[in-house]
Design a protein around this ligand. Structure first.
Ligand SMILES: [Fe+2]
Ligand SMILES: [Fe+2]
Length: 176
């Protein structure tokens, strides 16, 4: 096995002291920061659009007395909001600004906002949106590679939960 050589301590210490105003972004940061910030903001838009879509579906399904789907929609809305918070937090750590402008959200989002009228339409559209998120997050993870492990791990955690969401929607759809 080949030995792993960490930069020597003096270099590490000197590097850490230069540009301290950049906070978590050190000289060793290997990724294209602007590109990572763009991907994070597009993902933030995706999550926020998903929160809104799941919220509508939750209240509409309540009206249809479809309580199992309604509570599932609410749980997903809550988890998408948590994903959005984590993405926004990471954007700030990397020296960027999270975009919350409602006029830009649907333009930047990978997944769409489809209202859906029947319960079946709603579940179907949620499943499609989850599948879009899964594919885009998987591509982002591949793009990041080992250039920014923290951001990659964040996307991996979110991806795992989107796969659960897609599975939940597929289960409900089967019974409709
Ligand atoms: Fe999400
Ligand atoms: Fe999701």
């Amino acid at each position: 096995m080949s030995e792993m050589h960490l930069s020597d301590v003096n270099t590490l210490r000197k590097r850490a002291r230069s540009h301290v105003e950049n906070g978590a972004v050190t000289e060793g940061y290997n990724a294209d920061r602007e590109e990572i910030l763009r991907l994070l903001n597009e993902s933030l838009a995706t999550e926020l659009v998903c929160v809104l879509r799941y919220k509508r579906h939750h209240f509409m399904a309540n009206g249809l007395k479809a309580s199992v789907a309604a509570s599932e929609f609410l749980e997903h809305a809550t988890q998408e909001a948590e994903h959005a918070d984590k993405l926004a937090e990471r954007i700030v750590q990397l020296g960027g600004a999270p975009e919350f402008d409602p006029d830009l959200l649907s333009r930047h989002s990978h997944a769409q906002y489809v209202a859906g009228n029947t319960l079946k339409e709603m579940v179907y559209e949620d499943l499609v949106a989850e599948r879009i998120a899964i594919d885009s997050y998987r591509e982002i993870i591949q793009y990041i590679g080992d250039k920014d492990p923290t951001t990659r791990r964040l996307f991996e955690e979110i991806l795992a939960q989107e796969e659960e969401h897609a599975d939940d929607m597929a289960d409900i759809l089967q019974d409709l």
